[in-house]
Design a binder for this molecule. Structure first.
Ligand SMILES: N[C@@H](CCC(=O)N[C@@H](CS)C(=O)NCC(=O)O)C(=O)O
Length: 222
């Protein structure tokens, strides 16, 4: 498997990242990619889950991908604390067209967040809505190392993905402050980092290990 960074989500079959190229078969959307890999590689990270756990996992996924993800776009691209960090991501765009590209992207982002609904709320309301998401996830995390016991399943990848963009980047926000104040969250991120990204440990309880980059990726699978 080769992981490739692509600056342009439009290259993907759904115009979004992530996507994979599996021997010429191109698939977009992380859930569809997982389905494809389960089908073709015969490895199912959720094989041991019962129907109630599967239902919980789906609802957590929806909360994080269909609500929290929009809050992350707000904290990273709209809030000044986020935008001052994120704008350097566009340094690779030729200087002559950079202001144009950056302005168009930000305008599109604002329009999308307005239509989705998040931007109709005050900063305080948006932050509170995200804290509610995380408090709910925290309630489920309880004392187990991973959401469903001692071994990670697919939902842990989703939780960690959402967590990492807030907890492991230097983008200040009250959401990040809350997450960093929760030993259960920090411990969970430590475990996920040690297990799947040991090169990035030590984790955030000590020093943020990952620079402020939210990278877009295409992932050809072999
Ligand atoms: N639920 C989808 C979300 C994909 C998604 O929204 N990707 C964003 C980046 S994280 C994207 O490509 N945005 C570019 C665009 O909308 O033009 C998944 O998990 O694959």
């Amino acid at each position: 498997m080769t992981v490739v960074d692509t600056p342009d989500p439009r290259k993907g079959p759904k115009g979004k990242v992530p996507f994979i190229d599996d021997g010429g078969v191109r698939i977009g959307d992380s859930s569809l990619i997982v389905d494809h890999l389960v089908r073709t590689r015969g490895v199912d990270p959720d094989a041991r889950l019962d129907s109630s756990q599967r239902a919980t996992a789906l609802l957590v996924q929806r909360a994080l991908e269909d609500h929290n993800a929009f809050v992350i776009l707000y904290t990273h691209f709209i809030r000044p604390e986020g935008w001052s960090q994120m704008r350097v991501q566009f340094d690779s765009v030729p200087a002559i067209i950079r202001p144009l590209v950056v302005r168009a992207l930000r305008r599109r982002m604002k329009k999308m967040l307005w239509l989705q609904g998040v931007l109709r709320h005050s900063d305080e309301e948006i932050v509170e809505s995200a804290l509610r998401d995380w408090r709910a996830v925290l309630t489920l995390l309880r004392d187990d190392p991973f959401l469903f016991g001692n071994e990670p399943t697919g939902i842990d990848a989703i939780i960690f993905g959402a967590l990492a963009t807030t907890l492991l980047t230097p983008i200040e926000s009250p959401i990040r402050d809350f997450l960093r104040s929760q030993p259960a969250v920090v411990g969970y991120a430590d475990r996920m980092l040690a297990r799947f990204f040991p090169e990035l440990a030590p984790a955030p309880s000590h020093e943020p290990a990952v620079p402020a980059s939210v990278r877009v990726r295409a992932v050809p699978v072999t």
